[in-house]
Each structure stands twice: as structure tokens, then as C-alpha cells.
Design a protein around this ligand. Structure first.
Ligand SMILES: [Zn+2]
Length: 216
């Protein structure tokens, strides 16, 4: 009997590329779990699992959570039955060493696709630097695409609207350059294995989603 092939879809793309949104939509369409390592970390900490408690120790001391802890959380998650047909990864791997560990765990039969969403820096800056957040309810507006009726007050709750320090243009450009430095070896890694697919992310979300769906 033939074993079912697992689909392992890896979303790559800078902050603001829309990869989280696209990954969630694809997860619903293909009925594969969407696994974000950021969410996974928060869930483990909230549920006070052994791994979560260890992670909390590092965070409380102001340290980064070490790779092997994140990998253990991830491997525990993908060993659950809902991942039997495959899964969608968002935020992992970030480095070649992490990609190697993942690759070792997969079988040759599994279908691995690394999707890289390409969006020009200036577009990302425009998307992110235009964001305005309500201090009270956390709702996110955009100066151009979704402005509040009153520039200083939240439409939903009347709370004060401000720009998060993370959404400052200089901070965004710095994050983008760090992201590129970190992930360019990873892009090369998947490209050399012939597992990389590049998608133009500088389009309307529905158009981007259709382009992604065509792959499956
Ligand atoms: Zn509000």
C-alpha cells in the first residue's frame, strides 16, 4: 500500500509581506494546520507545559528562547494526528541550521514547498509605517487604506490612536535588512534543493492567494 505523502508548506517572506494572512487562508482551504512558532511558544507558556516553563525562564531573563526548545515544541506539535496529511509552517525555519533539522525529520516522499512572498521594501514600509493603533482596544487602522473618522480617536471605542514604535519607518527598514541577512542563506538552501517557489506578493491579497492555490 502506498503511504500518503505529507504536504509541508513553508512560508517565507519579510514582516509585512502578508505571509501570516496567506498561510491562514491556505490552511483553511487545504485543511492543513497552520503552525506559527510564535503562537506555539505563547500557547506553551500559557498552558505551562514543561517546554513552556523552560522558555519562560529564558524570556524572563531577557534572553532569546534557544533553538532546541523551539524545535522540540514544533516537533511535538507536528507529531499530532492532525498533521498526518501535512502542515503549514509560518515563522520557521529562520536559519539553515533549523531547515536542516526539519529536513532530516521528513521522509523523501513528503512534498516540501518553500513559498517566498516577494514584496519590495518600499511597499512594506508604506504598509507598516502607515499603521495606527488604538491604545485602548488595539484595533489597527491605516493612514491611507483604513483611516479612523477622527484622526486622534478610535471609531470603535473612542480610545487614543498612536503609532507603535515598531511601526516607525527607520525601525521597519532595520527589521527588513536584518530579515534579509538572516534569510538569504535559507532562500539559497531551498532553491538549491529545488523546493523554492517565488510568489509576487505585491498584489491584492486575493490575487496573491490565487497564485498560491495554483501550486496545489
Ligand atoms: Zn479602540
Amino acid at each position: 500500500m502506498e503511504h500518503e505523502q505529507k504536504k509541508v508548506l513553508i512560508f517565507l517572506g519579510p514582516p509585512g509581506s502578508g505571509k501570516g494572512t496567506q498561510a491562514k487562508r491556505l490552511s483553511q482551504r487545504l485543511d492543513l494546520p497552520h503552525i506559527s512558532t510564535g503562537d506555539l511558544l505563547r500557547e506553551n507558556i500559557r498552558a505551562e507545559t514543561d517546554l513552556g516553563e523552560k522558555a519562560r525562564d529564558f524570556i524572563d531573563k531577557g534572553h532569546l528562547v534557544p533553538d532546541d526548545l523551539v524545535i522540540n515544541m514544533l516537533f511535538e506539535r507536528i507529531s499530532r494526528p492532525d498533521c498526518d496529511k501535512g502542515y503549514i509552517l509560518d515563522g520557521y525555519p529562520r536559519r539553515v541550521s533549523q531547515a536542516d533539522v526539519l529536513q532530516e525529520r521528513l521522509s523523501d516522499k513528503d512534498q516540501v514547498v518553500a513559498l517566498n512572498l516577494l514584496v519590495p521594501d518600499d511597499v512594506i514600509v508604506e504598509r507598516l509605517a502607515g499603521r495606527l493603533t488604538c491604545r485602548n482596544c488595539g484595533y489597527v487602522y491605516h493612514k491611507v487604506y483604513n483611516p479612523p473618522a477622527d484622526p486622534d480617536r478610535c471609531d470603535k471605542c473612542g480610545g487614543e490612536i498612536y503609532q507603535r514604535p515598531d511601526d516607525d519607518e527607520k525601525v521597519i527598514r532595520k527589521r527588513l535588512s536584518t530579515y534579509k541577512e538572516e534569510t538569504s542563506p535559507l532562500i539559497k538552501y531551498y532553491s538549491e534543493k529545488d523546493l523554492l517557489v517565488e510568489i509576487d506578493g505585491n498584489k491584492a491579497p486575493d490575487t496573491v492567494f490565487s497564485a498560491i492555490l495554483e501550486l496545489f
